[in-house]
Design a protein around this ligand. Structure first.
Ligand code: SF4
Length: 388
């Protein structure tokens, strides 16, 4: 494991046993929140960011079977690829609303399970789903002027390198470091792409190709506080070792009708806030820490736990992973963030600290710089967002 960032004065250094205890609500929880806020203020000031995006569900076919998922579906039950024109239409409509990010989200390796997926890829001259992602990402950049942030699943380094010229950043949630969650009866049983060792290897492949990375934990899928603490320390280690992690998401599980976990308890906002505060303490002042604002009614509670980002928010498209949870209107997001004492800024899918030649392909860097102000934030904001 790499070097863990130094602790704030007056609070113990991050350590997995103490992190698990704090997650359980034991110990100096009030002190933890104070440290989380102080670290955020030291590293990020009073600026909170979001990325105006369109959500592009590139394929809802998947070879995995996560017990909480409604995004993936079989062929004939809604599972399909977006045709290139459909993806481009979304991107163009997003561009017309001053969105800068095209979130390309997809199921993992559907061609390994579904003949219909293989036929689609053959028809479009693609050897694999990552090939199709590259095809669409390039068109999104060249024809719509948006910057793809791809959630491409588990890739190797060659596949990452092929995507890098057209994907400004990439994301892969670790979700949890525990292989126990793949055992029979657990949410990742039958999901080869949820093997935490494979996911860590894929994150390292992205980092090795100098791609700005988004990753994170999914909270409430049957993990123990110890497993959640270990996951946060694994991400802190990855960040310290590679320098490639630009943001970490703390995301809450939502129980969805029609899934094996439809009756599972969801984490409370109080617990998720505690997770966010522990994440800030473990990850340090400089990390961008995000909680999605559409999965909790009173999302401001996470500002008290040290977060500094709301992630991608769309004025156009639903959250296809949580379609029951609309994003807040951008004007409301601004008003509520500012009422809590912060300045809301729009950002690109690449954070300001990663906007340079080490992290951005020469194809994309001039376009990204042209879309950014002197501080590296997005030059424009969607019309629904009153102040830039
Ligand atoms: S890998 Fe993703 S898309 Fe596939 S079943 Fe799991 S959560 Fe759904």
């Amino acid at each position: 494991m790499g070097v863990i960032p130094s602790p704030a004065v007056g609070f113990p250094a991050p350590e997995p046993g103490l992190a698990a205890a704090l997650l359980r609500g034991a110990g100096d929880v009030a002190g933890l929140f104070a440290v989380a806020r102080r670290l955020r203020d030291e590293g990020k000031g009073r600026v909170v960011t979001y990325s105006p995006k369109v959500f592009c569900p590139l394929t809802t076919l998947c070879r995995d079977r996560c017990a909480y998922c409604t995004f993936a579906a079989p062929p004939g039950a809604g599972g399909r690829y977006l045709e290139p024109e459909e993806a481009l239409d979304l991107a163009r409509r997003g561009a017309a609303l001053a969105c800068t990010e095209a979130l390309l989200t997809l199921g993992d390796r559907p061609e390994d399970r579904w003949p219909a997926a293989r036929e689609f890829l053959d028809r479009h001259g693609c050897a694999s789903t990552p090939d199709y992602v590259a095809l669409i990402a390039r068109a999104v950049v060249e024809e719509a002027g948006l910057f793809p942030h791809a959630n491409p699943g588990v890739l190797d380094e060659v596949e990452v390198a092929a995507l890098r010229p057209w994907c400004a950043s990439m994301g892969l949630m670790l979700e949890n470091i525990s292989p126990r969650l793949m055992e029979p009866g657990m949410p990742h049983h039958g999901c080869p792409d949820k093997d935490p060792a494979r996911r860590m290897a894929a994150l390292r492949a992205m980092a090795a190709q100098r791609v700005p990375l988004t990753t994170g934990v999914l909270v409430g899928i049957g993990e123990t506080p110890e497993e959640l603490a270990d996951s946060l320390f694994a991400l802190a280690g990855l960040a310290a070792e590679t320098g490639a992690v630009q943001e970490v998401i703390v995301q809450n599980f939502r129980a969805k009708a029609g899934t094996p976990m439809s009756r599972a308890a969801e984490p409370t906002p109080q617990y998720l806030a505690r997770v966010a505060a522990v994440a800030r303490w473990v990850l340090g002042a400089e990390m961008n820490l995000q909680v999605p604002p559409n999965l909790t009614d009173r999302f401001e509670v996470y500002l008290d736990a040290g977060v500094n980002d709301w992630g991608g928010v769309s004025p156009l498209t639903p959250d296809w992973v949580n379609p029951e949870a609309p994003w807040p209107h951008l004007g409301e997001l601004r008003a509520r963030t500012e009422a809590a004492g912060f300045r809301l800024r729009t950002r690109l899918p690449v954070y300001p600290g990663f906007l340079g030649p080490e992290w951005c392909d020469p194809e994309l860097l001039p376009r990204l710089r042209a879309a950014a102000d002197d501080g590296g934030y997005a030059l424009t904001s969607p019309p629904g967002d009153a102040v830039s």
